[in-house]
Design a protein around this ligand. Structure first.
Ligand SMILES: C[S@@+](CC[C@H](N)C(=O)[O-])C[C@H]1O[C@@H](n2cnc3c(N)ncnc32)[C@H](O)[C@@H]1O
Length: 252
């Protein structure tokens, strides 16, 4: 099936089973029933187990806005707009991709897509959502030779004492089955990004997938890390079905 066919098929599917799934087995059963042979254009790189975890973490940790850097064609923004009821903000540097994403997202009044560099976009975020917000950041604007992640993390660390930050294309320690990006010969990892210097204050935990990449039945099986800041009480009460799929590491 073509990427467009795959996207359309996914778009027309009812997402309620994904939103309501209670376990990895439930999500995998739903993915099998989709009958798709690739995840192109579906959102979250087609990694729908990850998409489910994003939705569950967003809701369980009390997040109030989904904030994405690097909209591309808007696949993840649309997927999350369909799965969540909160506002979604996204930014795209390329004018052409921004226009396509803007058109695609215009059916959803809760999505705002800005044609901005991710660092400018994040710098302006406190003026665009309430200060009491608990944003879920989905950092995915790494594509060009200029890697904006250090700047993005420094701005988020400065402005948001309670937040969740997912970094896509990240090394999962000891797990080469998940793909990751390499910049200037150095993989995207906790050591490379020096996360501890942006997220000071001691209440931050870094989570990685504990499941096998092959348990993602459809997508590109990209690695990722999720940093949870200022939400340890809620994190401690995570449903067991989600908690057992993630492994935590304190930032140091
Ligand atoms: C991997 S794609 C994003 C995919 C998208 N998040 C999704 O899940 O469908 C990366 C996108 O980031 C954009 N990008 C690269 N550098 C950027 C920057 N500094 N600010 C905003 N967008 C950027 C690229 O133009 C590209 O469209």
């Amino acid at each position: 099936m073509s990427s467009i066919g795959s996207f359309l098929q996914a778009y027309l599917r009812n997402l309620q089973p994904l939103v309501l799934a209670q376990s990895l087995a439930d999500v995998q059963e739903w993915i099998r029933r989709l009958g798709m042979n690739n995840g192109a254009g579906v959102g979250c790189n087609g990694d729908l187990v990850r998409a489910w975890l994003v939705v569950r973490l967003f809701r369980s940790l009390g997040c109030t806005a989904f904030v994405e850097t690097g909209t591309y064609m808007g696949a993840t923004a649309v997927l999350m707009a369909r799965a969540l009821k909160s506002p979604l903000l996204s930014c795209e540097l390329s004018r052409k991709r921004w226009l396509i994403a803007w058109l695609r997202c215009s059916a959803f009044t809760r999505i705002t897509v800005r044609h901005e560099d991710s660092r400018v976009f994040l710098d302006r975020l406190p003026a665009r959502i309430p200060h009491s917000s608990v944003p879920f950041f989905y950092l995915d604007a790494h594509w060009e030779s200029d890697l904006p992640l250090d700047g993005e993390l420094a701005i988020i660390g400065r402005d948001w004492p309670r937040c969740v930050v997912l970094i896509d294309d990240f090394v999962v320690p000891g797990r080469p089955d998940f793909g990751y990006d390499v910049y200037d010969g150095r993989p995207l990892s906790a050591e490379r990004l020096d996360l501890a210097s942006s997220f000071t204050g001691g209440d931050s935990l870094l989570l990685y997938p504990r499941y096998e990449a092959s348990q993602e039945l459809l997508g590109a099986r990209r690695g990722y890390a999720v940093l949870v800041r200022g939400l340890s009480e809620k994190l401690a009460r995570l449903n067991h079905g989600i908690a057992e799929l993630l492994v935590g590491e304190t930032l140091h």
